[in-house]
Design a protein around this ligand. Sequence first.
Ligand code: PRP
Length: 172
Amino acid sequence: MSEFIPVLTKEEIATRVEEVAQAISSEYRDRDLILIGILKGAFIFLSDLVRHLSIPVQVDFMCASSYGSSTSSSGRVKLTKDVDLEIKNKDVIIVEDIVDTGITLSYLIKHLKSSGAASVRVCALIDKKERRETEVTVDYACHAVEKGFLVGYGLDYAEFYRNLPEVYHLKL
Ligand code: PRP
């Protein structure tokens, strides 16, 4: 039988989301900030995060899917939805639910920089370090874990459990 081991409670998530939003609000005051949520997993985190920002912000979404072996350093990423907003000379923060191997993020950072963004930083709900294959900097992380298959608060298993309000380690 599957086991759901609690990783982050609703209260812990709310506290960290608010802290990260405050840090972003103070560091991006007087700048042209665009938050870019990476679908699908980031939709809940992004929606909570933006509601705690105290500065003007534009919001957009990208969708990327990786194919090939996820444990291989040759894992490739396909962009299935690009940004709609003009990001040239704008400060951009990529919002992810989880950074795992880092392959998706590394691709997205390169893509946004080559599209002319003035700066690209990363905000992630979970920074999962054990399987990292590409060096990427997570500038704002709500929580760090070494390993484990996590679900809830946007994170899925076979598209289920994204709606859970807390984050769990799923043991199948
Ligand atoms: C997850 C997550 C990141 C990516 C991280 O997306 O949202 O985009 O994987 O993995 P990586 O660091 O190993 O590249 P997923 O492909 O599961 O799609 P989803 O967001 O629709 O759940």
